[in-house]
Write a protein that binds this ligand. Sequence first.
Ligand SMILES: Nc1nc2c(c(=O)[nH]1)N[C@H]1C(S)=C(S)[C@@H](COP(=O)(O)O)O[C@H]1N2
Ligand SMILES: [Mo]
Length: 310
Amino acid sequence: MIIKLHKEISSSEITSPEVFKTRRTLIKTGLAALTVGSGLFSNIANSSAENLNIEQPQSTDRKLINNYTNYYEFSYNKEDASTLAQKLRIDPWQIEVAGAVEKPGNYHLEDILRRNPSQERIYRFRCVEAWSMVVPWQGFPLADLINFLQPTSRARFVEFTTIAQPEIMPNLNRNSMLTWPYREALRLDEAMHPLTILATGMYGESLAKQNGAPLRLVVPWKYGFKSIKAIIKINFLENPPITSWNLSAPDEYGFYANVNPEVPHPRWSQRSERVLGSNFFTPRRATQIFNGYAEQVASLYSQMDLKRYF
Ligand SMILES: Nc1nc2c(c(=O)[nH]1)N[C@H]1C(S)=C(S)[C@@H](COP(=O)(O)O)O[C@H]1N2
Ligand SMILES: [Mo]
Protein backbone atom coordinates (compact mmCIF):
# COMPACT_ATOMS: atom_id res chain seq x y z
CA MET A 1 0.00 0.00 0.00
CA ILE A 2 1.21 3.46 -0.80
CA ILE A 3 1.02 5.97 2.01
CA LYS A 4 0.30 9.51 0.97
CA LEU A 5 2.72 11.33 3.21
CA HIS A 6 1.69 14.90 2.88
CA LYS A 7 -1.67 15.42 4.52
CA GLU A 8 -4.16 18.03 3.52
CA ILE A 9 -4.36 21.02 5.78
CA SER A 10 -7.53 23.10 5.91
CA SER A 11 -6.91 25.97 3.59
CA SER A 12 -8.89 28.96 4.73
CA GLU A 13 -7.93 31.91 2.62
CA ILE A 14 -7.85 34.43 5.48
CA THR A 15 -4.46 36.01 5.26
CA SER A 16 -2.46 38.90 6.50
CA PRO A 17 0.72 40.23 4.96
CA GLU A 18 1.59 41.76 8.33
CA VAL A 19 2.11 38.52 10.21
CA PHE A 20 5.84 38.88 9.92
CA LYS A 21 7.57 41.98 11.20
CA THR A 22 10.32 42.65 8.78
CA ARG A 23 13.33 44.81 8.29
CA ARG A 24 15.18 45.20 5.05
CA THR A 25 18.77 44.09 5.12
CA LEU A 26 21.51 43.98 2.58
CA ILE A 27 23.26 40.69 2.22
CA LYS A 28 26.65 40.91 0.64
CA THR A 29 27.17 37.89 -1.51
CA GLY A 30 30.64 38.59 -2.78
CA LEU A 31 30.83 35.54 -5.00
CA ALA A 32 33.92 34.74 -6.94
CA ALA A 33 33.62 34.88 -10.69
CA LEU A 34 31.63 32.00 -12.10
CA THR A 35 33.44 29.18 -13.79
CA VAL A 36 30.44 27.82 -15.60
CA GLY A 37 31.81 29.26 -18.78
CA SER A 38 29.31 27.82 -21.24
CA GLY A 39 27.44 31.08 -21.66
CA LEU A 40 24.19 29.24 -20.97
CA PHE A 41 23.78 30.85 -17.59
CA SER A 42 25.18 34.28 -18.19
CA ASN A 43 22.17 36.00 -16.58
CA ILE A 44 23.14 34.39 -13.27
CA ALA A 45 26.55 35.97 -13.30
CA ASN A 46 24.84 39.33 -13.07
CA SER A 47 22.49 38.48 -10.23
CA SER A 48 25.19 36.89 -8.10
CA ALA A 49 27.50 39.85 -8.44
CA GLU A 50 25.11 42.30 -6.87
CA ASN A 51 24.04 42.66 -3.28
CA LEU A 52 20.78 40.89 -2.62
CA ASN A 53 18.25 43.01 -0.90
CA ILE A 54 16.20 40.45 1.01
CA GLU A 55 13.68 40.81 3.79
CA GLN A 56 14.72 39.57 7.21
CA PRO A 57 11.59 38.33 8.94
CA GLN A 58 11.52 37.49 12.63
CA SER A 59 12.84 34.00 13.29
CA THR A 60 10.48 31.30 14.48
CA ASP A 61 10.86 30.31 18.13
CA ARG A 62 13.48 27.58 18.08
CA LYS A 63 11.54 25.39 20.52
CA LEU A 64 8.80 25.01 17.92
CA ILE A 65 11.25 23.65 15.38
CA ASN A 66 13.26 21.16 17.45
CA ASN A 67 10.51 18.56 17.55
CA TYR A 68 8.83 19.38 14.27
CA THR A 69 10.82 17.95 11.40
CA ASN A 70 10.30 16.01 8.21
CA TYR A 71 12.94 13.27 7.97
CA TYR A 72 11.17 10.35 6.37
CA GLU A 73 14.10 7.96 6.54
CA PHE A 74 13.51 7.90 10.29
CA SER A 75 9.77 8.40 10.63
CA TYR A 76 6.60 9.82 9.12
CA ASN A 77 5.87 11.56 12.41
CA LYS A 78 7.34 15.00 12.80
CA GLU A 79 8.20 14.46 16.48
CA ASP A 80 10.23 11.27 16.03
CA ALA A 81 13.39 12.33 14.20
CA SER A 82 14.51 14.48 17.13
CA THR A 83 15.23 11.25 19.01
CA LEU A 84 15.75 8.67 16.24
CA ALA A 85 18.22 10.78 14.24
CA GLN A 86 20.56 11.04 17.22
CA LYS A 87 21.90 7.61 16.22
CA LEU A 88 23.40 9.07 13.06
CA ARG A 89 27.20 9.37 13.29
CA ILE A 90 28.26 12.60 11.64
CA ASP A 91 31.95 12.79 12.48
CA PRO A 92 33.94 12.07 10.38
CA TRP A 93 31.83 12.92 7.31
CA GLN A 94 32.82 12.57 3.69
CA ILE A 95 31.19 13.95 0.58
CA GLU A 96 31.67 12.30 -2.76
CA VAL A 97 31.86 14.67 -5.71
CA ALA A 98 31.25 13.03 -9.08
CA GLY A 99 30.18 13.53 -12.67
CA ALA A 100 30.87 16.41 -15.03
CA VAL A 101 33.34 18.24 -12.81
CA GLU A 102 37.06 19.01 -12.93
CA LYS A 103 37.73 18.08 -9.30
CA PRO A 104 35.85 14.89 -8.49
CA GLY A 105 36.78 12.94 -5.37
CA ASN A 106 36.00 12.25 -1.77
CA TYR A 107 36.16 15.36 0.36
CA HIS A 108 36.31 15.58 4.13
CA LEU A 109 33.59 17.91 5.33
CA GLU A 110 36.07 19.70 7.57
CA ASP A 111 38.20 20.59 4.55
CA ILE A 112 35.17 22.00 2.76
CA LEU A 113 34.20 24.01 5.83
CA ARG A 114 37.70 25.40 6.25
CA ARG A 115 37.49 26.91 2.79
CA ASN A 116 33.94 28.20 3.26
CA PRO A 117 33.47 30.28 6.40
CA SER A 118 29.88 30.33 7.56
CA GLN A 119 27.56 33.29 7.33
CA GLU A 120 24.07 33.79 8.71
CA ARG A 121 21.05 33.75 6.41
CA ILE A 122 17.57 34.32 7.81
CA TYR A 123 15.20 32.70 5.34
CA ARG A 124 11.54 31.91 5.10
CA PHE A 125 10.99 28.17 4.79
CA ARG A 126 7.81 26.86 3.22
CA CYS A 127 6.88 23.18 3.27
CA VAL A 128 4.71 21.82 0.47
CA GLU A 129 2.27 20.79 3.24
CA ALA A 130 1.36 24.50 3.61
CA TRP A 131 3.11 25.38 6.84
CA SER A 132 5.98 27.81 7.12
CA MET A 133 8.66 29.06 9.45
CA VAL A 134 11.59 31.46 9.47
CA VAL A 135 15.00 30.00 10.19
CA PRO A 136 18.31 31.73 10.92
CA TRP A 137 20.71 29.37 9.16
CA GLN A 138 24.47 29.29 9.28
CA GLY A 139 26.03 28.16 6.06
CA PHE A 140 27.78 29.20 2.90
CA PRO A 141 26.72 29.71 -0.71
CA LEU A 142 26.65 26.47 -2.66
CA ALA A 143 28.05 28.52 -5.55
CA ASP A 144 31.33 28.96 -3.67
CA LEU A 145 31.80 25.20 -3.44
CA ILE A 146 30.71 24.68 -7.04
CA ASN A 147 33.18 27.30 -8.23
CA PHE A 148 35.92 25.45 -6.42
CA LEU A 149 34.88 22.08 -7.88
CA GLN A 150 34.67 23.50 -11.41
CA PRO A 151 31.83 21.84 -13.29
CA THR A 152 32.64 21.17 -16.92
CA SER A 153 30.68 22.80 -19.72
CA ARG A 154 28.52 19.64 -19.91
CA ALA A 155 27.19 20.05 -16.38
CA ARG A 156 23.61 21.33 -16.34
CA PHE A 157 22.18 19.75 -13.18
CA VAL A 158 23.43 19.10 -9.67
CA GLU A 159 22.16 16.02 -7.85
CA PHE A 160 22.37 15.52 -4.08
CA THR A 161 22.08 12.26 -2.15
CA THR A 162 21.34 11.71 1.54
CA ILE A 163 23.11 9.08 3.60
CA ALA A 164 21.17 5.79 3.78
CA GLN A 165 21.66 3.57 6.83
CA PRO A 166 19.01 0.87 7.21
CA GLU A 167 20.38 -0.09 10.64
CA ILE A 168 19.25 3.21 12.11
CA MET A 169 16.66 4.45 9.58
CA PRO A 170 13.48 2.39 10.12
CA ASN A 171 11.70 3.44 6.95
CA LEU A 172 14.49 2.15 4.73
CA ASN A 173 13.33 -1.34 5.70
CA ARG A 174 9.65 -0.74 5.00
CA ASN A 175 7.52 -0.30 1.97
CA SER A 176 7.37 3.38 1.45
CA MET A 177 6.10 5.94 -0.97
CA LEU A 178 9.65 7.22 -1.35
CA THR A 179 12.62 5.35 -2.76
CA TRP A 180 15.89 5.59 -0.92
CA PRO A 181 18.41 7.05 -0.71
CA TYR A 182 16.61 10.39 -0.63
CA ARG A 183 17.69 12.31 -3.71
CA GLU A 184 17.12 15.85 -4.86
CA ALA A 185 18.51 18.03 -7.62
CA LEU A 186 18.70 21.56 -8.95
CA ARG A 187 19.43 23.04 -12.31
CA LEU A 188 23.00 24.31 -12.26
CA ASP A 189 21.89 27.93 -12.45
CA GLU A 190 19.59 27.40 -9.45
CA ALA A 191 22.45 25.77 -7.57
CA MET A 192 24.69 28.74 -8.43
CA HIS A 193 22.17 31.33 -7.27
CA PRO A 194 23.51 33.32 -4.32
CA LEU A 195 20.42 32.55 -2.19
CA THR A 196 21.14 28.80 -2.36
CA ILE A 197 23.21 27.68 0.61
CA LEU A 198 24.64 24.61 2.22
CA ALA A 199 23.72 24.89 5.88
CA THR A 200 25.82 23.68 8.79
CA GLY A 201 24.00 25.42 11.60
CA MET A 202 20.81 27.01 12.91
CA TYR A 203 20.22 29.65 15.57
CA GLY A 204 23.97 30.12 16.00
CA GLU A 205 24.62 26.46 16.82
CA SER A 206 25.62 23.38 14.87
CA LEU A 207 22.80 21.88 12.91
CA ALA A 208 20.77 19.39 14.95
CA LYS A 209 20.77 15.87 13.53
CA GLN A 210 17.03 15.97 12.94
CA ASN A 211 17.52 19.09 10.83
CA GLY A 212 20.04 17.47 8.52
CA ALA A 213 23.43 17.59 10.19
CA PRO A 214 26.17 17.83 9.31
CA LEU A 215 25.35 19.43 5.94
CA ARG A 216 22.08 20.14 4.19
CA LEU A 217 20.83 22.17 1.28
CA VAL A 218 18.59 25.23 1.77
CA VAL A 219 16.79 26.69 -1.25
CA PRO A 220 14.44 29.29 0.24
CA TRP A 221 12.24 29.91 -2.81
CA LYS A 222 11.35 26.22 -3.24
CA TYR A 223 9.19 23.86 -1.22
CA GLY A 224 11.05 22.35 1.71
CA PHE A 225 11.45 18.88 0.22
CA LYS A 226 14.10 20.25 -2.15
CA SER A 227 16.25 21.17 0.88
CA ILE A 228 17.83 17.75 1.26
CA LYS A 229 19.45 16.71 4.54
CA ALA A 230 22.67 14.89 5.48
CA ILE A 231 24.30 15.11 2.06
CA ILE A 232 26.94 12.49 1.18
CA LYS A 233 27.13 12.94 -2.57
CA ILE A 234 27.09 15.82 -5.06
CA ASN A 235 26.88 14.76 -8.68
CA PHE A 236 27.14 17.03 -11.73
CA LEU A 237 25.01 15.85 -14.63
CA GLU A 238 24.16 16.70 -18.20
CA ASN A 239 20.59 15.38 -18.03
CA PRO A 240 17.88 15.96 -15.43
CA PRO A 241 18.23 13.38 -12.67
CA ILE A 242 15.42 11.45 -11.02
CA THR A 243 14.48 12.92 -7.66
CA SER A 244 12.73 11.07 -4.84
CA TRP A 245 9.49 13.02 -4.57
CA ASN A 246 9.09 13.54 -8.28
CA LEU A 247 9.56 9.82 -8.84
CA SER A 248 7.03 8.86 -6.18
CA ALA A 249 4.25 11.19 -7.36
CA PRO A 250 5.14 13.21 -10.46
CA ASP A 251 1.74 14.91 -10.64
CA GLU A 252 2.05 16.10 -7.05
CA TYR A 253 5.72 17.06 -6.74
CA GLY A 254 7.36 18.68 -9.73
CA PHE A 255 11.07 18.87 -10.30
CA TYR A 256 11.08 22.64 -9.81
CA ALA A 257 8.85 22.84 -6.72
CA ASN A 258 9.00 26.62 -6.72
CA VAL A 259 6.67 28.04 -4.08
CA ASN A 260 3.66 29.26 -6.05
CA PRO A 261 0.22 30.19 -4.67
CA GLU A 262 -1.25 29.86 -8.17
CA VAL A 263 -0.39 26.19 -8.54
CA PRO A 264 -2.39 24.09 -6.09
CA HIS A 265 -1.16 20.73 -4.94
CA PRO A 266 -3.67 18.22 -6.42
CA ARG A 267 -4.96 17.56 -2.89
CA TRP A 268 -4.86 21.06 -1.34
CA SER A 269 -4.52 24.75 -2.09
CA GLN A 270 -1.17 26.51 -1.86
CA ARG A 271 -2.68 29.98 -1.52
CA SER A 272 -1.99 30.31 2.17
CA GLU A 273 0.12 28.76 4.87
CA ARG A 274 -0.02 28.07 8.58
CA VAL A 275 2.77 29.95 10.31
CA LEU A 276 4.52 27.76 12.90
CA GLY A 277 3.69 29.18 16.32
CA SER A 278 0.45 30.72 15.18
CA ASN A 279 -2.72 30.07 17.12
CA PHE A 280 -6.45 30.35 16.74
CA PHE A 281 -6.25 34.15 16.65
CA THR A 282 -3.43 34.34 14.14
CA PRO A 283 -4.55 34.37 10.53
CA ARG A 284 -2.93 32.18 7.93
CA ARG A 285 -0.35 33.94 5.86
CA ALA A 286 -0.77 34.54 2.14
CA THR A 287 1.76 32.42 0.29
CA GLN A 288 4.03 34.49 -1.92
CA ILE A 289 5.32 33.57 -5.34
CA PHE A 290 8.84 32.15 -4.95
CA ASN A 291 8.22 32.34 -1.20
CA GLY A 292 8.85 36.08 -1.29
CA TYR A 293 12.13 35.89 -3.23
CA ALA A 294 10.77 36.76 -6.67
CA GLU A 295 12.92 39.87 -6.92
CA GLN A 296 16.01 37.68 -6.63
CA VAL A 297 15.04 34.53 -8.52
CA ALA A 298 12.20 35.20 -10.98
CA SER A 299 14.69 35.83 -13.78
CA LEU A 300 15.78 32.18 -13.56
CA TYR A 301 12.36 31.21 -14.89
CA SER A 302 11.50 34.05 -17.23
CA GLN A 303 11.06 31.75 -20.23
CA MET A 304 9.07 29.11 -18.39
CA ASP A 305 5.41 28.33 -17.92
CA LEU A 306 5.35 27.92 -14.13
CA LYS A 307 2.07 26.00 -14.20
CA ARG A 308 3.51 23.42 -16.53
CA TYR A 309 6.93 23.28 -14.89
CA PHE A 310 5.71 23.28 -11.30
N1 LIG B 1 17.03 13.34 3.53
C1 LIG B 1 15.89 14.03 3.70
N2 LIG B 1 15.87 15.35 3.48
C2 LIG B 1 14.72 16.04 3.65
C3 LIG B 1 13.53 15.39 4.04
C4 LIG B 1 13.59 13.99 4.27
O1 LIG B 1 12.59 13.35 4.62
N3 LIG B 1 14.78 13.35 4.10
N4 LIG B 1 12.35 16.11 4.17
C5 LIG B 1 12.25 17.35 3.40
C6 LIG B 1 11.07 18.12 3.75
S1 LIG B 1 9.57 17.56 3.16
C7 LIG B 1 11.15 19.29 4.44
S2 LIG B 1 9.79 20.27 4.69
C8 LIG B 1 12.43 19.71 5.04
C9 LIG B 1 12.23 19.89 6.52
O2 LIG B 1 13.37 20.41 7.14
P1 LIG B 1 13.37 20.52 8.71
O3 LIG B 1 12.89 19.20 9.24
O4 LIG B 1 14.78 20.82 9.11
O5 LIG B 1 12.43 21.62 9.06
O6 LIG B 1 13.49 18.79 4.84
C10 LIG B 1 13.51 18.20 3.57
N5 LIG B 1 14.71 17.40 3.44
MO1 LIG C 1 8.13 19.38 3.36
